[in-house]
Ligand binder design. Structure first.
Ligand code: URA
Length: 252
């Protein structure tokens, strides 16, 4: 293998591992960083962003989803913002009775600034259609609002710093039912540590803004794309969510 074939193979290997985009203007030698003394300054992309002391108060200042988006455009407390192309906050209607919470934007979402628009999003749309919903009747968001580099799972620190903005969206939309898509959403919103196969199909009450909202843990559509045999569980969960919405409408 000559040198250019070796570079091409290396690039292909990185792309297959999910590292499909440059995240900085200049190349950075992470091996040199690992060898550097402990208290040497770290790479700008890795340095944790200073979280503002009172992120709750910042989020509470938003009276609408548009105001929340404007606040997030100037918020520098989440390091993911440095590597993402744009903010990806929510999609759908802000008066929806059904809200869905995913993990974080992927490549397509980062390009379009809208959650769940890639392959997983298209499957999610079909799942919603199956119970009579679409983006004109639901609100969709994520646990983090900037794409984690290479689509890695957001860290607990990243979900924690974004949490007040997720909670504020829940307060503003005030849905009757939430579906938590995948382990990150279920763990972030419930504080539980179990994996999604243990949590899925279970209801939890989420306390936000003095209200308790029933939230169902469900399988993430990206997982269903890899494990189509699990779709039967997703179908059960969508039906359970729809039944809960009907119960709530009946008791209102
Ligand atoms: N996966 C997610 O969790 N959220 C998106 O917006 C897209 C894919």
């Amino acid at each position: 293998m000559n040198r250019s074939q070796a570079y091409a193979a290396l690039l292909q290997w990185q792309a297959e591992a999910g590292a499909d985009e440059a995240i900085g203007e200049v190349a950075f030698d992470r091996r040199a960083e690992m060898a550097a003394p402990k208290n040497a300054p770290s790479s700008p992309a890795l340095a944790p962003a200073a979280a503002p002391a009172d992120v709750d108060a910042i989020a509470a200042g938003a009276g609408s989803i548009e105001e929340l988006a404007a606040i997030l455009e100037t918020f520098d407390g989440c390091a993911l913002k440095k590597t993402a192309s744009r903010l990806c906050l929510g999609d759908g209607v802000t008066t929806a009775r059904l809200m869905l919470v995913g993990e974080g934007p992927g490549r397509e979402e980062d390009l379009q600034g809208k959650p769940f628009v890639g392959r997983a999003g298209q499957l999610l749309d079909r799942m919603l259609n199956a119970i009579g919903h679409d983006r004109t009747s639901v609100y969709i968001t994520n646990c983090v609002f900037w794409r984690p580099p290479g689509n890695r799972t957001p860290t607990p620190e990243e979900t924690a710093v974004c949490r007040p903005f997720l909670d504020r969206q829940i307060e503003i939309v005030a849905p009757d039912v939430i579906i938590m898509l995948g382990a990150v959403a279920a763990q972030t919103l419930t504080g539980r540590k179990e994996g999604i196969t243990k949590l899925r199909g279970r209801w939890f009450d989420i306390d936000v803004g003095g209200r308790q909202i029933p939230a169902l843990a469900a399988l993430h559509p990206a997982y269903l794309l890899r494990q189509p045999g699990q779709k039967k569980f997703a179908w059960r969960d969508m039906l359970a969510a729809q039944r809960k919405l009907e119960e709530k409408a009946g008791s209102a």
